[in-house]
Design a protein around this ligand. Structure first.
Ligand code: IPM
Ligand code: MG
Length: 354
């Protein structure tokens, strides 16, 4: 079987990091005999420029039909003031495909603790998964913008909370067995329901412990004591904010990948790095492709190719530990050099295995 992968390189550094990751996937496909076909589609700002729509019909149809989606990054100052922005295309894509669960893992690579802005003893060994609800909450409530008044509605149904809670508890069962649910239940009605429903869902997972934190306290704990976290379960906006905060702990947002999955549609889901389009360094071969490679590894794992995923992660880790690092990590390696170094390692281990 050949897996159809819809590729959405997007804007800014998106195309550069996407190309590096696909070149790695191509080597892995050979080595592990994985059938994958990559087809690129316009999405984001480039699609606004070319077709007047950040999510053209053909792109949406291809994403829907695909076995998995690889996305680079979207957005930039060029489109920031428009009525329809690249971001609206991304939100629509998530909603149309029902990608309600956004998984954002952050791991401290052993031996790279000095890259963290936090002290090594605070961050050594951290391995945290943010499970962010992605198709509800403030992002998708009614938005009203008038001259003298504006409002955004934060709404959640019981069913929306239940399904994301199940994702978090099931992830915790495979990990260290703890879920920390983050809300603002001392103020918000949506959070009060969130806490009640998450507590109910927890009873189906006797092997998992559950605790609750208010989002302000969680923001503080992530810096003071990140090791206390295993799985963080939270709603859309809180997850957006906390996952950026978490991303600085391993050293750079450029290292982290993500998966957005749902009950139906888009096969294995949508895989993208956590970072944005970084227009300031776009086209300069200076971006860090590691986060895109981690996203590619998550795609491989979701397609059932766990060994190939691990081989890619190992090659990225060894490349970093050898000191091949892009500018965001204080290094001098170009984006393409980092990619070449990872692929050399993939090739080496392939030769060793043969
Ligand atoms: C993210 C991004 C998006 C979000 C933007 C680009 C709409 O920040 O994926 O975290 O807020 O969800
Ligand atoms: Mg974000």
């Amino acid at each position: 079987m050949i897996a159809d992968i819809a590729v959405l390189p997007g804007d800014g550094i998106g195309p550069e990091v996407t190309a590096e990751a696909i070149a790695c996937l191509t080597i892995l496909a050979k080595r592990f005999a994985i059938g994958m076909r990559f087809t690129s589609y316009e999405f984001g700002g480039v699609a606004i420029d070319a077709q007047g729509d950040p999510l053209p019909e053909a792109t949406l149809a291809a994403a829907r039909a695909a076995d998995g989606i690889l996305m680079g990054a979207i957005g930039g100052p060029k489109w920031a003031g428009l009525a329809i922005t690249p971001e609206t295309g991304l939100l629509r894509l998530r909603k149309e495909l029902g990608l309600f669960a956004n998984l954002r893992p952050a791991r401290m690579i052993c031996g790279m603790e000095d890259l963290s802005p936090l002290r090594a003893e605070l961050v050594a060994g951290i391995d945290i998964l943010v499970v962010r609800e992605l198709t509800g909450g403030l992002y998708f409530g009614e938005h009203i913008l008038a001259d003298d008044h504006a409002s955004d509605v934060c709404a959640y149904s019981r069913a929306e909370i239940e399904r994301i809670a199940h994702v978090a508890f099931q992830a915790a069962e495979r990990r260290s067995g703890n879920v920390t649910s983050v809300d603002k239940a001392n103020v918000l009605a949506s959070s009060k329901l969130w806490r009640r429903v998450v507590t109910e869902v927890a009873t189906s997972y006797p092997g998992v412990t559950l605790d609750h934190l208010y989002v302000d306290a969680a923001a503080m704990e992530l810096i003071k004591n990140p090791k206390r976290f295993d799985v963080i379960l939270t709603e859309n906006l809180f997850g957006d904010i906390l996952s950026d905060e978490l991303s600085v702990i391993p050293g750079s947002i450029g290292l982290l990948g993500s998966a957005s999955t749902g009950a139906s549609g888009a096969g294995a889901g949508l895989f993208e790095p956590i970072h944005g389009s970084a227009p300031d360094i776009a086209g300069q071969d200076r971006a860090n492709p590691a986060g895109m490679m981690e996203s590619a590894a998550m795609l491989l794992a979701a397609l059932g190719h766990a060994s190939a995923a691990q081989a890619l992660r190992d090659a990225v880790r060894d490349t970093l530990l050898d000191g091949v690092r892009t500018a965001d990590l204080g290094g001098t390696a170009r984006c393409s050099e980092f990619g070449d170094a990872v692929r050399a390692r993939l090739q080496l281990s392939a030769d060793a295995a043969a």
